[in-house]
Design a binder for this molecule. Structure first.
Ligand SMILES: [Ca+2]
Length: 275
């Protein structure tokens, strides 16, 4: 049985929900769209849709001054890619998912150019475990999108606790509003790189039949909240893994070490920790 070491991590949902009347997401805070699963605002989700290659995806751009009244907004590109082997366009369903909302919902949208193939579609979304299921499309009266100014799209009669998936294509979007929203903020931590400090593929045991694992690990706060050293789950783990029979997956056999992530890491270029 082949065993290997892997760095694992605890980090989970936390914080309660806060019901807000007159909810508005103004997209005025810059988001890092280089992460394909970026979330456009706190409490939102993102269902990523791609082809087999990393380039076969929907391109998002954060634009700091092209939103309503010159504010920040999100630019969305094509919702398809061209499959050269099949010589055909393949549709994508890359969805920005709102918090659970109800009542009347609005979104401002503007075409990226007068000739662009622009559209905005909305879908009811349901959670299934940690993933999302795309449900029926939510119809609305087309207000007619323009390339010179924003147009308001309005959805009415949205039932309580409806998650809405926004499938935008070749538009700028800004100012999502809802009569009510249930915004659940999340704590999340992502390992962005692991560099083992091993000269070759072998580690020698010492006289006590033990050996030391060293690595430089870079982590990123990918949640909605600041993380503080000592908080439950704010740590890294080293685990002994074992193969899951009949699959290519591994599962945790035993946690070997839990390493708290210590003090402040505000200096991004130095946000590394060795041990
Ligand atoms: Ca804005």
């Amino acid at each position: 049985m082949k065993k290997l070491f892997l760095l694992n991590m605890l980090a989970a949902l936390a914080l309660g929900a806060s019901a807000q009347g007159g909810y508005k997401a103004d997209f005025n805070t810059a988001v890092d769209v280089s992460d394909p699963a970026f979330k456009p605002a706190p409490g939102w989700s993102h269902q990523v849709s791609t082809g087999s290659y990393s380039s076969q995806k929907v391109t998002y751009t954060y634009v700091s001054d092209n939103g309503v009244d010159g504010t920040g907004c999100i630019q969305v590109g094509d919702q398809f890619y061209h499959d050269w082997w099949e010589d055909a366009d393949v549709e994508l369903n890359d969805l920005l998912i709102t918090p659970a909302v109800s009542g009347t919902v609005t979104l401002q949208a503007m075409k990226t150019s007068s000739t662009s193939n622009s559209s905005v579609k909305f879908y009811k979304m349901t959670r299934e475990g940690s993933s999302w299921v795309m449900g029926e499309e939510i119809a609305y009266v087309d207000p007619g999108l323009m390339s010179i100014d924003y147009t308001e799209i309005e959805l009415t009669g949205i039932a309580a606790d409806t998650y809405i998936g926004i499938r935008a294509q070749n538009v700028y979007i800004d100012d999502f509003t809802a009569t009510t929203a249930n915004v659940v903020l999340q704590r999340a931590l992502t390992i962005t790189s692991v560099v083992p400090a091993i000269a070759d593929q072998n580690i020698d045991c010492d006289e006590n039949n033990q050996f030391e694992v060293k690595a430089t690990v870079k982590v990123k706060n990918s949640g909605d909240l600041d993380l503080t050293s000592g908080e439950e789950g704010y740590n890294l783990q080293i685990a002994l893994m074992k193969p899951v029979e009949g699959t290519m997956d591994y599962e945790v056999e035993r946690i070997l070490s839990t390493q708290a992530i210590t003090p402040t890491w505000p200096l991004a270029p130095r946000a590394m920790k060795s041990w």
